[in-house]
Write a protein that binds this ligand. Sequence first.
Ligand code: GTP
Ligand code: IMP
Ligand code: MG
Length: 336
Amino acid sequence: MVCTVVVGGFWGDEGKGKVVAYLALKDNINIAARAGVGPNAGHTVIHKGKAYGLRQIPSAFVNENAKLLIGPGVLVNPKVFLEEVEKTKTKGRIFVDYKCGIIEEKHIKADAELKKRIGSTGTGCGPAMAERVLRKAKLARDIEELKDYLADVPLIVNEAIDNGDNVLIEGTQGFGLSLYHGYDYPYVTSKDTTASSFAADVGVGPKKIDEVIVIFKAFPTRVGAGPFNTEISKEEAEEIGIVEYGTVTGRRRRVGKFDFEIAKRAVMINSATQIAITGIDKLDKKCYKVREYEDLTKKAKIFIERVEEELGVPVTLISTGPDIFDIVDLREEDYS
Ligand code: GTP
Ligand code: IMP
Ligand code: MG
């Protein structure tokens, strides 16, 4: 039984939602706790033919037996949260920590300046985080509409780990967007986005983490301004069939080639124990929906081998399409 943190290795949108949803079902996750900044993130989960763009609810909601939590380090926009609870029909098993910071309308207004200057998502996260640091923010415990959902998230998560449950900590954004380690300040988000911070967001200490899965897109993407050394032109991206739009902002994502230098640093700073590669079908269309390693093409296998060799960590999950079960799972352990 394990406690796993799932994190993004590039600039977000690596497919954390899809991978988390898969793990939630496959490993029969008991507890899933969302970490990260807040509703600036959008995880896409395609479940039973329906697509969800989740900004607050853990993607593990697809497992109806999982308890869903939002850690005290995460910002909550009550309106976005309540709408998603409705859409996912998760009332009764979703809980928000008393101490989550709250995003208010004034934060969304103030974010307009950041949107212009660095290309923020405009969701109010940066200004709400700043207000929290100034010790002026409202917390979830102050919000009447959230009172049915309040809980002591760190206590629930730690008790579950001590009981031997399978616990998943769902990170958001990606290594390249970290306030401390990203590429490059000021074109980053409003806090650190590495595994240690995600564990802290939900109140779990470093010795209780068993696995850190860092997810890399075969072709990284970036939304908003900021350096992107391996970026390719729009036309080149179209030629290889990569046209993506942001889940939250609808902006077209910039596309680049795999950046081994940044990936190496993401592995080091996250203390990765496993790597997941998503979008291998974009590297080679013939890999679309493949579920067995043997059925991947030579081109895909050469790429996976190079990733393992250069990064020194096993690639255990290879995503071959957007659906939850479009995946090659090479993990040896049986989590069931
Ligand atoms: P953030 O928390 O915002 O960083 O998002 P995320 O990591 O959950 O990723 P997001 O869902 O925003 O973007 C990933 C996109 O790629 C979505 O449209 C997914 O449906 C899609 N996707 C995920 N895995 C694969 C894959 O292996 N192949 C293809 N073709 N699409 C994928
Ligand atoms: P903010 O987090 O809204 O302040 O935006 C700061 C930067 O992080 C911008 O470049 C955003 O596009 C980017 N960003 C924040 N969250 C995500 C995410 O979940 N996926 C992709 N980019 C993100
Ligand atoms: Mg996203």
